[in-house]
Design a protein around this ligand. Structure first.
Ligand SMILES: [Zn+2]
Length: 451
């Protein structure tokens, strides 16, 4: 018998951490940071149900910070076991954790200037290096032993490059952890693998209550034409990792199809751009091949400039005329995008285009919900720019994708819905019950269930 305790991403979409206990061993499936405003900080600082040194291993599903961002902290607190991940995810972890440590250290320095009692940084680069030394990279589809108590197989989850769902055989039962499930029919990624047999499925439910609209490429087209007509900027907050490449690919297709867009200056403001390009180049089997005439440096985008350094980023402040700026973070909760929003939010010729999930409490969420003014860097800014939200670019499964994926399960499992706001988690549990006849429940934080 094994037990699963939902430590994070229960009743919320971030902080994924599921504790599994089996035959005296304990391991996490994912080990992410909570993000967003509100109580995210308190949740990240709350003690784990078990001491870090008593955790024996971690099984990582993919390289997003809300799934891996707590690992350096776990190591800082005494964890020394193996960390399993697919090979592309292992490379991506190095990129995103280095960036996270850098941000934590900046916050610490900033805090030090304003306080006589600055908090210790949550973790530092040395903790990231120590965590990366524990990583055991695995191939998709190959089964490996976990601590002598379980067998694990990674299957393609179609969410980002390297993303996997974990099929874990535990003491006579099979649990499937979806990680973040992607979508079917996407231009750069392969479809999700079939589930096959499972006794328990722990499934994300970010969009369990919605079907993504199909008109996003048209919406993006309209935003770009609008920028040209008004001679203004299009600012797109996007996750630095992969979402930016997906956008470049979409913009490139639009530029090729509409001569009015050819030559429109596109600026990718990302210190990680080259590293992410390397990720695509180094793992050609982890994504679909790019069409002819489309290379990894531009993803088919015409007139693209990549801004890597802070100096290069500042050049964007002086740009005039119609242009597009893509920068992180995707929920505008930090990073370089704040400078661009500070510059353009009060400009009625600008368009701000959100292309991903906006977690409750983030600046992105506030803007998408129509706030008349917001505060950035201590300044109150009237929102005069047009705000658009194009959910069709989402990297997360919607109800149709879940229906299709659940249909690949050959047994009648019990489903726990995690990684969703309460309404979407409840909707996904209802979907599994009504369409598949499965028993299903919404996972509550702190709940322990047996498998
Ligand atoms: Zn993710």
């Amino acid at each position: 018998m094994a037990e699963i305790t939902f430590v994070g991403a229960a009743g919320t979409v971030t902080g994924s951490k599921h504790l599994v206990q089996c035959k005296g061993k304990r391991f996490f499936v994912d080990c992410g940071l909570f993000q967003g405003l509100g109580n995210a900080d308190a949740l990240n600082h709350a003690p784990l149900p078990v001491e870090a040194r008593e955790i024996d291993a971690v099984v990582v599903t993919h390289g997003h910070i809300d799934h891996v961002g707590y690992l350096p902290k776990l190591v800082r607190d005494g964890f020394r076991g193996p960390i399993f991940a697919t090979k592309p995810t292992a490379s991506l972890m190095q990129i995103v954790l280095d960036d996270a440590a850098h941000l934590q250290e900046e916050l610490h320095v900033h805090g030090y200037q304003h306080s006589h009692h600055p908090p210790l940084p949550f973790y530092e680069e040395a903790d990231v290096a120590a965590a990366m030394r524990l990583v055991h990279a695995q191939d998709l589809g190959e089964t490996f032993d976990l601590l002598g108590v379980a067998r694990v197989t990674y299957r393609n989850a179609a969410h980002i490059v390297g993303s996997a769902f974990a099929q874990i055989d535990l003491d006579g039962a099979r649990a499937v952890f979806s990680g973040d499930l992607g979508r079917y029919g996407r231009p750069l990624l392969f479809d999700p693998d079939a589930i096959g047999a499972a006794d328990v499925i722990v499934s994300e439910s970010t969009y369990g209550d919605r079907v993504h609209p199909e008109d996003s490429i048209d919406g993006l087209h309209a935003a770009l034409l609008d920028a040209i007509a008004r001679n203004g900027a299009v600012v797109i907050p996007a996750f630095a990792v992969e979402r930016s490449q997906m956008l470049l690919f979409a913009i490139g297709r639009l530029q090729a199809a509409d001569t009015k867009l050819a030559g429109l200056p596109i600026h990718l403001d990302s210190p990680m751009a080259e590293k992410v390009d390397d990720l695509f180049a180094n793992f050609p089997n982890a994504h679909r091949s790019l069409p002819a005439g489309c290379d990894i440096a531009t993803f088919g985008c015409d007139n693209l400039t990549v801004h890597r350094t802070a100096e290069e980023s500042k050049q964007l402040n002086r740009l005039k005329g119609a242009h597009v700026v893509i920068s992180a973070s995707g929920m505008a909760s930090g990073g370089r995008i704040l400078h661009h929003l500070h510059n353009h939010l009060s400009d009625d010729n600008a368009v701000i285009v959100f292309v991903g999930y906006q977690g409750a409490g983030t600046l992105g969420h506030v803007l998408v919900n129509g706030a008349p003014s917001v505060r950035i860097y201590g300044d109150t800014l009237a929102v005069r720019a047009k705000i658009m939200s194009l959910q069709g670019f989402s990297a997360h499964a919607d109800r149709n994708d879940f229906t299709r994926w659940f249909g690949t399960c050959t047994t009648t499992p019990h489903l726990y819905a995690v990684h969703g706001e309460p309404e979407s988690a409840t909707a996904l549990a209802a979907l599994a019950h009504q369409q598949r006849g499965w028993t299903a429940a919404v996972a509550q934080r702190g709940l322990t269930v047996t498998v």
